[in-house]
Design a protein around this ligand. Sequence first.
Ligand SMILES: [Zn+2]
Length: 461
Amino acid sequence: MHENEDLNRVHHLIDDDRDKFLQILHRLVAQPSISARNEGVAECAELLCQVMREMNITSRIIPTEGQPVVYGEIINDPNAYTLLCYGHYDVQPPEPLEQWESPPFEPEVRGGRIYGRGVGDNKGQLLAHVLAAAKWLEACGSTPVNVKFVFEGEEESGSPNLRAFVRENAELLRSDLVYISDGGMHPSGNPTLSLGNRGILGVSLIAEEADRDNHSGNKGGAVPNPVWTLLHLLASTVHPSGEVLIDGFYDDVRPITETEESLLADLPFDRQEMGSTMGLEELNMDACGYYRRIMLRPYFNISGFSSGYVGPGSKTIIPGRAECRIDIRLVADQKSSDIAEKLQAHVAHHAPHVRVNVGQMGSMEASRTSPDHPAVPIVSRAIRAVHEVQPYVLPAGGGSLPNAVWPEELGTAHIGVPYANADEHNHSPNENLRLDCFFRGIHTSAQLMWEMARARQADRL
Ligand SMILES: [Zn+2]
């Protein structure tokens, strides 16, 4: 069993090796890996695998239908807990290049931050787990718990093969907790612990009436207008209050527990400040109302509507065609396929000639780990030990991530702890990772391995 002394030694090693860690991150970021256009992704997988092997982590590349997964493991004791760290080594395209202060694939340290495409999203964050495990190996010859690494190469393209990969390798990936570090911390710098995410279903609705635009004077009243068709359909779909009127839409929505409600009340909230970050004068709701809406309730969004003419001057037409793009944000236990069917039935009833295009815009399932899950206090302790503050616990994030594959394919809970600074500019020019965030992330992962082992003794997970 690893003692407190071992833990201290690991934390000291982490403090001593900062320059080395930055060199390794530099190597990974200098290798482009843009999944959107298959640029350097396979090369980056090779490099990452190589980097892990240099740290004595048994690693290999596992092909998928798309980009390969880099898999690594440190198995010490079949009776110990197993931590599975998930991350992604692919990156977003770096454009617009002229807005970068230093080239995206030539990482540079300036003012306490390292700049480069992928430093935060997600190479620096996945590397924190690898380095933490490596320091345990160096200090003690083993990690306190078994550790597995799954680093995929197409997260930035929607993780199209992650589910199949996890399903096919369920035995290999068997674990007690899936741990994910991606995205940024709270703007205040306070660490957060995220228990889930909303899902998404993208749909487009297309109304076609006449096969051309018609004169609205000569034909107005005789030729149907597809804009009205879609407006009436949409009005029948969502009440002005935001309530979705599709039959059975809320049937499977997972109820919000008392613990989740109380977590919302603990989150920082300033109406005006929050409003101004969204370009609103004020946000007309309280903390619970706000967080409940963006985390724990579904939302039916219209993201685009196109028809007719809105250019200079006027053009008096009855458009032939109207199209509307929708993204429905789903919550835990709503299934995207079921909601797609219910929406199709709704359209078939209210506007049978409107085309519903599902699928081409993709979907992702929602997922939510219970705040009462025994891993939550273990992860909280690890964060507290390093940051010396209590993390904010988010019952779910508002956005969509591929987390549902873990409970659905492995039966394993997932917890996310972002390591990057809030202003990491992920997906933007001048992506950066604060060095203190990077190093603290390594400490946190190392501490978590130890906290899990301690919990194992008490059989808490
Ligand atoms: Zn990203």
